[in-house]
Design a protein around this ligand. Structure first.
Ligand code: SDX
Length: 428
């Protein structure tokens, strides 16, 4: 293949270099386009065909259903690694040695106390507040209590901000849930593993000795790995572009949490359960919801189905579906919701509308079944997505800063009014 792309505009030809990634993906480097063509730009609503950056963190092949973190397949990592190991891999690029992982975890533990004054902010929220809004606010507020984490220029400052947020975010997640439940806050136990401690902070009771359930720990560890990164999705792109103005790590993450909240993105895991429960309440009438999903006049979409990149099975959905079966069996739970989900999946995968559009179950379709089996409240599902995606957001933010990428500032095509003169109000 030639190493340039030629665009002809008004009889004039313009050449642009082709760049190739390590997985043989090819991009047209158009950084000189506007200057060379005296102002012509590209237009690509939703960036379906536009790369925002070069990245060495996560590789996806949507057609083949491949997902790799730093070259390791998601299947291997979900099977053989633990979440903190994967967090280290995503952020620093290599699987840690035993000593490196131990130091990383100890540095996180040293930074897992949240200033007591954060309670005042937490207590100001009504119990009905959605946990994603609370989490985004508290994450942003952490900046005020950790000013050294704002202007992180050196790799050392960056490392310190990273272990701080990895230590404090799980506390905020647990506190957000307990606040809604009217429970006293739990401060964790640094003798526990990272994921064990998250569950302890979420579920301990003041009048009962807390015992971790290994089934829950293993299930959550796997789910957090599966959610840990996913290249330039909506919330990760938000974290990168926010950080590109040199806004601090914590506020960039708060922006990512807000973007993740949307039901078309991370909010889908909660919306899937709401949909499945509606179908159950409707006597299991999946046909009605399939019809709604296909009706162009109905804004309803089959939540947990479809993906911007995967036009094949989302590899994470396969793993989660299997894990859902295993967790429910191990817990001895017969959940009709899982059977409805499987029935819906089967119908959709045989329906021409979904087949033609290559709509498959995505990461959000089955995850809620497991969270539900673990007694995690539905409104906390997207918060669990956020705690899983945290290392990915951090890794992407760090990569953007270390590569000294310019501030993100897309162009636009103006389609508004052309110049006109002001009309005094008495003449309007
Ligand atoms: C996540 O990007 C990431 O990597 C995200 C994520 C991550 O790990 O960060 O993977 C996590 O966000 C997963 C997606 C969770 N969202 C949902 O499950 C919500 C339901 N899905 C859809 O809203 C939709 O599929 C999106 C938002 C996920 C993708 O939308 P696109 O890529 O913009 O696709 P599209 O809207 O252009 O759809 C193409 C066609 C359209 O029909 P036509 O106009 O061609 O007739 O497919 C239809 C859409 O109407 N379609 C659906 C559908 N998804 C797409 N129709 C019914 N139900 C659906 N779920």
């Amino acid at each position: 293949m030639a190493n340039t792309a030629t665009i002809e505009i008004g009889g004039k030809k313009y050449e642009f270099p082709l760049v190739e990634g390590t997985e043989k993906e090819v991009a047209i480097d158009i950084k000189s386009l506007r200057a060379a063509t005296n102002g012509i730009i590209t237009l690509d609503s939703g960036y379906k065909n536009t790369g925002s950056c070069e990245s060495a963190i996560t590789f996806l092949d949507g057609e083949k259903g491949i997902l790799r973190y730093r070259g390791y397949s998601i299947e291997e990592l979900a099977e053989k690694a633990d979440f903190l190991e994967v967090a280290y891999l995503l952020i620093f690029g290599e699987l840690p040695t035993k000593d490196e992982l131990e130091k990383f975890h100890n540095d996180i533990k040293k930074n897992s106390i949240v200033d007591e004054d954060v309670h005042k902010i937490l207590n100001a929220f009504p119990k009905a507040a959605h946990p994603m809004g609370v989490l985004s606010s508290l994450t942003s507020a952490l900046t005020a209590f950790n000013p050294s984490s704002v202007n992180v220029e050196s790799e050392e400052d960056m490392y310190n901000a990273i272990v701080k947020i990895l230590g404090k975010m799980p506390v905020l997640v647990a506190w957000t849930m307990r606040k809604k439940q009217g429970l006293p806050l739990d401060y964790g136990d640094d003798s526990l593993g990272y994921v064990e401690n998250i569950l302890k902070m979420m579920f301990s009771k003041p009048n009962h000795k807390y015992e971790n359930n290994k089934i829950y720990v293993d299930a959550l560890d796997k789910l957090l790995i599966l959610h840990a990164d996913h290249e330039q999705n909506c919330s990760t792109s938000t974290v990168r572009i926010t950080g590109s103005s040199h806004a601090g790590l914590f506020v960039s993450l708060a922006a990512g949490i807000s973007a993740l909240w949307g039901p078309l993105h991370g909010g889908a895991n909660q919306a899937v359960l709401e949909m499945l429960e509606a179908i159950k309440a409707d006597g299991g009438d999946t046909a009605k919801y399939m019809a709604k999903a296909k009706d162009k006049n109905d804004p309803f979409r089959l939540m947990g189905f479809g993906h911007r990149v995967y036009k094949n099975f989302d590899p994470r959905a396969r793993i989660i579906k299997k894990a859902a079966d295993e967790v429910l069996e191990a817990l001895g739970i017969e959940d009709p919701i899982l059977e409805i989900a499987k029935g819906l999946e089967k119908e959709a995968l045989e329906d021409p509308y979904f087949v033609e559009r290559k709509l498959y179950p995505n990461v959000d379709f089955y995850s809620g079944v497991i969270y539900r089996a673990m007694n995690i409240p539905q409104e906390m599902f997207t918060v669990m997505f956020a705690i899983g995606r945290l290392p990915g957001w951090i890794a992407q933010w760090r990569e953007m800063r270390l590569r000294k990428e310019p501030i993100g500032r897309p162009r636009q095509l103006y389609i508004g009014e052309t110049e006109r003169s002001f009309v005094p109000i008495e003449k309007r």
